[in-house]
Design a protein around this ligand. Sequence first.
Ligand code: ADP
Length: 176
Amino acid sequence: MERRPRISPNILITGTPGVGKSTICKILSERTKYTWREVSKLAEEFNCLDEYDPEYHCPVLNDDKMLDIMESMMEKGGNIVDYHGSEFFPERWFDGVFVIRTNNTILYDRLVARGYSGKKLEDNIQCEIFEVLLEEAQNSYKPEIVKELQNDTQEQLLANVENIIEWIEKWKEDNL
Ligand SMILES: Nc1ncnc2c1ncn2[C@@H]1O[C@H](COP(=O)(O)OP(=O)(O)O)[C@@H](O)[C@H]1O
């Protein structure tokens, strides 16, 4: 079946926990009126959490159920999807993938402030150091749609939002 083109792009905002995905998505959704889809919240809302992971003390996402639920949401475009992962989504969903990055020391402080400690804290810092989410995005989407944005300071936060808004305008010029 031929897919109808989207009139607004779908955007994925990804990166290690604490890099500022929610902060960016909130401002971006207010500015663009696109719908902010926090996958972890959707998972709770639609009962897509399965068994408990004893190592990380968090529930495990039921990928297939989550994807089924999100499919119809993604159809028309105009979504800003917020998730610390990118490979489990169908590639065709996204027009732009933004990998948010933060300096390790700054990220450490943010995660401590959030109450992370021990293995959970260390694993997330390692995840950022080894660019796990960047590599995952680069392996899952065409290189021309994957962009890395540094998000250490308030100034960078505002610049990142502007950058994504400009990207949306450009997408519209090129696609509509
Ligand atoms: N550019 C930034 N400069 C300073 N603090 C930031 C910036 N972006 C996010 N923060 C702060 O970092 C913390 C984690 O941000 P959050 O958006 O919750 O990250 P994520 O959604 O990726 O887990 C929050 O306290 C937020 O206010």
